[in-house]
Write a protein that binds this ligand. Structure first.
Ligand SMILES: [Zn+2]
Length: 309
């Protein structure tokens, strides 16, 4: 078989095909390396000699509706200087796996829309092989992230399944990686994370959360030396609630109907971002309301200052 075809169809670029066999629904390609090993892996000597070979079978990508087995003649070598035995490297498969990298990738692609059993039936390999490929893919891509060097974290909770289930996540703020996901919300959801922090002896410097009492208690108990940063949005929201209380009190205490008219409907002007009021009428109305009442105006400007932080 043409080396070019071997390369493009199966990615074997340093190999040649010595023979092809056609057995029912199966094609067996006998391949061997074109290059020989030049030096000993142990001592670096170039005095190495061939010392037998072993035949290894690998499941390759199917072609033309036929299963493909790549039968590799893996050469063994012996070093004349240090008696070290070595086998040539097989670049298209990992360790003792009996399938090629390309085949494993194909299985993972199929599993995005098919079950393990479907893929096993479709490709004619055992369910265990499909499962093994999938597990090693998941392990490689989704194993728990390392916490080494983590100093600044953000904690938040979110709802899944239409609010029936909660998850609490911890993010490394320097890299943006999610480093922990706890089931539920509140202090219990973070217990596992703090255990990891203690085990790794991490020094957390900054923690950012919202104003949830559970988060505050959890951070105070588990990393009391860290600076606890509260989300800007939540702090301004608290201030706005107080400002709205004052506005309502001022309105209910005002006897003068003209002044009441000015105060009425100023809620959105007071609570919004002052810099965003471009409408001249709105601005005059807000200024009139503030000029009429000192506590309200004091609270409003404090809120605007807080927003600048
Ligand atoms: Zn050697």
């Amino acid at each position: 078989m043409n080396s070019c075809f071997l390369y493009h169809a199966w990615g074997l670029y340093t190999h040649e095909c010595t023979c092809e066999e056609y057995k029912g629904n199966r094609i067996i390609l006998h391949v061997q390396t074109k290059e020989r090993v030049r030096c000993c892996l142990s001592c670096g000597s170039s005095s190495i000699v061939k010392n037998g070979y072993c035949l290894r079978d690998f499941v390759g990508l199917p072609i033309g509706g036929k299963r493909v087995t790549i039968r590799m003649k893996a050469q063994r070598y012996k070093c004349k200087e240090c008696d070290f035995y070595q086998q040539e490297k097989i670049p298209f498969a990992t360790g003792s796996c009996s399938y090629t990298h390309r085949f494993a990738k194909y299985v993972v692609d199929l599993l995005r829309g098919m079950t393990l059993q479907d893929v096993s039936n479709h490709l004619g390999v055992s369910w265990d092989t499909v499962k093994e490929i999938h597990s090693s893919y998941l392990k490689r891509h989704y194993s728990p992230p390392s916490l080494d060097g983590v100093e600044n974290i953000g904690i938040d909770e979110f709802a899944v399944r239409k609010g029936h289930v909660y998850k609490t996540i911890v993010v490394d703020l320097d890299t943006g990686r999610v480093i922990y996901v706890g089931a539920g919300k509140g202090t219990d959801a973070l217990a596992g994370f703090w255990r990891k922090v203690r085990r790794k002896n991490l020094k957390i410097k900054h923690v950012a959360t919202d104003l949830s009492a559970a988060f505050i208690a959890s951070v105070m108990e588990n990393c009391p030396d860290a600076i606890h940063v509260f989300d800007h949005f939540h702090v301004v929201k608290l201030m706005n609630e107080k400002l709205d209380d004052i506005r309502r009190k001022v309105y209910s205490m005002e006897k003068d109907t003209n002044k009441r008219k000015v105060l009425k409907g100023t809620r959105y002007l007071l609570l919004g971002n002052g810099a965003d009021i471009f409408d001249k009428q709105h601005r005059t109305r807000l200024e009139n309301a503030l000029a009429m009442n000192e506590p309200l105006s004091k609270a409003y400007y404090l809120k605007e200052q807080l927003r600048q932080i």
